[in-house]
Unconditional design. Structure first.
Length: 221
């Protein structure tokens, strides 16, 4: 009696589930790309109408769900037992729920946060601006500093503020221009409602006002 060779089950290198179930997850496009690169025959079987030279089809599938015939999916999953199917479906549902909760929390945090652009007077006519709060919105401070240095033809660097968080220091009073550029970055993320606040360094203002008042008192005497 010949030995029965166990059926080999392929698991996705992105979401770790069988490729037949990738469409129920949250990373369909990446899963499709992985499957196309590593198992092109299975990719062609699961996504018969997909254009291998374009990612547009994968994007449509992510937005509208899989358009493949139900029979194709059923045939592909026929090798799995009912218990395996049920377990995978339950795990996928839990994973998707956790991811949705995580995304909702991250969005709530972003919408309740703000980016601060502080205008600091160095002397009579020279200013610098400091920009903080970018890390919440996944904006790379170092890249943005380089962009500002090039865009405004000035010096820009990244330092740590009192809270040990990154802040960008830009030479010159370019707070309006910086605000407009950052709002554009937020808009790309669909975060138009996030506040970009412009403030003046109150310590500097108070110090200047006190000095002016002291000078006035001396003049009066």
């Amino acid at each position: 009696m010949s030995e029965i060779e166990p059926k080999r089950i392929i698991y996705c290198g992105v979401c770790s589930y069988p490729p037949e179930f990738c469409e129920f997850g949250i990373s369909l496009i990446k899963c499709q790309q992985w499957l196309q690169s590593n198992h092109p025959e299975m990719y062609a079987k699961l996504y018969p109408g997909a254009d291998s030279s374009s990612s547009a089809t994968a994007s449509d599938a992510a937005g509208a769900g899989s358009d493949q015939p139900v029979s194709t999916l059923a045939a592909a999953t026929s090798s799995l037992s009912i218990d395996q199917n049920n377990k995978i479906q339950q795990d996928l549902a839990k994973k998707q729920h956790r991811e949705e909760v995580k995304q909702q929390k991250e969005l709530a945090k972003k919408l309740s946060s703000k980016i601060t652009i502080k205008r600091i007077e160095r002397n009579k006519r020279k200013h610098i601006i400091s920009i903080s709060g970018l890390e919440v919105f996944n904006i790379d401070s170092k890249k943005l500093a380089k962009t500002f240095a090039s865009k405004f033809a000035t010096g820009a660097s990244v330092t740590k503020n009192a809270e040990k968080m990154d802040e960008i220091l830009v030479q010159g009073d370019v707070s309006d221009e910086a605000k407009s550029y950052i709002e554009g970055l937020l808009k790309e993320q669909g975060l138009e409602d996030v506040k970009v606040e412009q403030v003046d360094d109150k310590k500097k203002i108070k110090k200047a006002a006190a000095a002016a008042a002291a000078a006035g008192d001396k003049g009066g005497k």
